[in-house]
Design a protein around this ligand. Structure first.
Ligand SMILES: [Fe+2]
Ligand SMILES: [Fe+2]
Length: 317
């Protein structure tokens, strides 16, 4: 039997699992909780205390696991005794697990399906709770020496959440919100195709890059789009958004130096930029907003920049 790792952070106590959960010991894999049971709070506490981050399920149970995550999220969101931090914990855990899959297995239908499920649950939970977006943003990386991969997973979840909330704030159509949620998770999928020092470009200021590095970096939207281009399960809207996520209205973006953007393209470009500055380049929110006022005028529609600022303020980011 093949096993699939799942994150402990996606498990919620007192909710029936529906699939067996296993734990990896040095020399064997042991049954940890049976599927007709739920996980008791002290067992989750114990795992967290022991810094066990992953458990395992049978490959065949993946669909049941996705369903369970959905149930946990919905249950947690409607439960007033669950704090906003705990809610954000669950949402981020589920989102980052999906982002991890996307980066590890970008071509598969399963990763794309997981992105769609995650985007749908983000839309539902963000719509139910005004403070959640801030909770997601404030959710610290698990440790300070987080790997580049972990930072990119967080960037994906943040960008997707921001896109969803900002698109709702602008009253974009429901379809657009869904495409933006998926595209937010996938937009930098090309990170998975970069090797060694090229990967570091995702954490570097564009202005500080050598010419050859910049040329390489500018290929990432196209490489990302190409991953999904020949897949019948991927939507054309999502592919188009990935391709255009680094474009600006001024023609200063890349790779195609577009000078018009659809509202959806503009939302993704702004949200991905905002979170790159914060999560990948470690800038403060104040500095990023100042940069928006000083350097992004012309890159985006002025009224969109204004709306983005009031959106960020309203969300308490
Ligand atoms: Fe990007
Ligand atoms: Fe990005």
């Amino acid at each position: 039997m093949g096993y699939l790792p799942i994150r402990v952070s996606t498990l919620k106590s007192d909710i029936q699992l529906g699939f067996d959960v296993y734990i990896q010991l040095p020399h064997k894999v042991l049954m940890y909780v049976r599927g007709d049971d739920d996980i008791e709070p002290h067992r989750i506490g114990y795992l967290k205390e022991k810094k066990v981050r992953k458990l395992y399920i049978a490959d065949a149970d993946e669909g049941m696991y996705q369903e369970y995550i959905d149930r946990c999220l919905n249950e947690a969101m409607s439960d007033d005794s669950v704090s906003i931090d705990e809610k954000a914990d669950l949402v981020v855990g589920a989102g980052e697990a999906t982002a991890e899959r996307i980066y590890e297995d970008p071509h598969s239908k399963k990763s794309y399906d997981a992105a769609q499920t995650t985007a749908a649950s983000l839309i539902s939970v963000l719509g139910q709770n005004d403070e959640l977006l801030k909770g997601i943003f404030d959710h610290a990386l698990e440790d300070e020496n987080a790997s580049d991969e972990a930072i990119m997973q967080k960037h994906s979840v943040n960008t997707s959440s921001l896109c969803i909330s900002f698109a709702e704030f602008l009253s974009l159509p429901k379809d657009s919100v869904e495409f933006l949620g998926v595209a937010g998770l996938f937009h930098d999928v090309a990170f998975s195709q970069f090797e060694g020092t090229d990967k570091k470009l995702f954490f570097k200021e564009i202005g500080d890059m050598e010419v050859s590095d910049l040329t390489r970096y500018k290929e990432h939207p196209k490489i990302g789009g190409e991953i999904l281009q020949d897949k019948e399960f991927a939507s054309a809207e999502v592919i188009g958004l990935i391709l255009a996520h680094e474009e600006k209205r001024s023609g200063n973006g890349f790779p195609n130096k577009l000078n018009t953007l659809t509202p959806e393209q503009e939302v993704l470009s702004i949200c991905a930029l905002y979170d790159r500055e914060i999560t990948c380049l470690k800038k403060t929110r104040d500095d990023v907003l100042e940069d928006f006022s000083m350097n992004q005028i012309g890159n985006y529609d002025l009224s969109i920049i204004k709306k983005f600022k009031s959106f960020v303020k309203k969300a308490g980011l």
